[in-house]
Design a protein around this ligand. Sequence first.
Ligand SMILES: NC(=O)c1ccc[n+]([C@@H]2O[C@H](COP(=O)([O-])OP(=O)(O)OC[C@H]3O[C@@H](n4cnc5c(N)ncnc54)[C@H](OP(=O)(O)O)[C@@H]3O)[C@@H](O)[C@H]2O)c1
Length: 333
Amino acid sequence: MNLVIGGTGLVGSHLLLELLKRGEKVKVLRRSSSNINLVLETFQSYTPQAEELFQAIEWIEGDILDFQAIELALENVSQVYHCAAMVSFSPKNKYHMLRTNVEGTANIVNACKRKPNIKLCFVSSIAAIGSAENNEFITENHMWKPTEHRSVYSVSKFKSEMEVWRGIEEGLNAVIVNPSVIIGPGNWEKSSASFFPLISRGMKFYTNGVTGFVDVRDVVKIMVQLMKSEISGERFIVSSENRSFRELFATIAKYLNVKPPKYEATRSILLIGSFLDKIRSWITFSPRKISSDTISAAICKDCYSNRKVSDKLNYSFIPFETMIQECAAKYSK
Ligand SMILES: NC(=O)c1ccc[n+]([C@@H]2O[C@H](COP(=O)([O-])OP(=O)(O)OC[C@H]3O[C@@H](n4cnc5c(N)ncnc54)[C@H](OP(=O)(O)O)[C@@H]3O)[C@@H](O)[C@H]2O)c1
């Protein structure tokens, strides 16, 4: 039996579909506030058997900050996929995000350690990997350094990953994936999926920052393959291609049939935008959209190597152009 924690999110809902299509049994730990219809909608965008597959899910209510709820959910489970996290770049969410991601992961690791024969797959991030010093490709061996400027999200992912490494040292059978920016259909107002509505509404600015991009279907296939293998105590960068945000936005615009953003948002333009956004947030009591963390993420140029996972699993990734084209088609629908 599989337990998916964070099954209502972008990664989690695609993982559920992958496991159910393989005929596997799945339980999901979800919060009382979780919108499970998003899971059904994701299934419907891929298969006519969506309803039937959705009905096969066993739902268990609980929060990752509740140790007992996790222990109960682990009953009769041998494979645990931890895809739950708070993903935010708003300064307002700083403490809640650190607590949810780090303490939540520590709870899952500790609960798994208490049960025999459990394997855990933890979804970390490239945010938990170090930077390149000489423009080389970043690999799993680049260590995260607290001295580098890091977003609170990055600190939370690094500290969460350290909880899993601690568990591994203490004997836990676990594997870690570090995806780059994940492209896929889901809640279009949230995380990476929100690029599509932004471009379709005519966003005017792009940045020249560079990072890795990966299709969500590749992320979940790799997770399942790693869990079915003997591989343990290792981490894997999961990323298809490195592209600039300018290329990302232009490609989304091409497939949505709209004009691409025209003006480059340099660091100084972004700083002015961040200041104005701060004032807007004070006046309207709404969360900030541009912070120093979003600015750093938008302008840094990092290229990631997928060689380790490609070689180990003999895996070929969905190309960048295809993932954007297919996701844009789902967004247009
Ligand atoms: N999206 C990306 O580009 C990207 C890139 C690299 C790594 N990642 C990592 O991939 C993982 C999944 O990300 P995603 O994009 O799928 O995020 P997402 O769509 O925001 O989903 C997050 C999931 O975590 C659950 N969750 C949050 N707090 C929880 C709590 N306290 N207790 C139980 N469940 C909780 C959410 O449940 P609710 O439905 O109740 O909110 C949701 O199911 C995260 O660890 C993220 O850091 C994402």
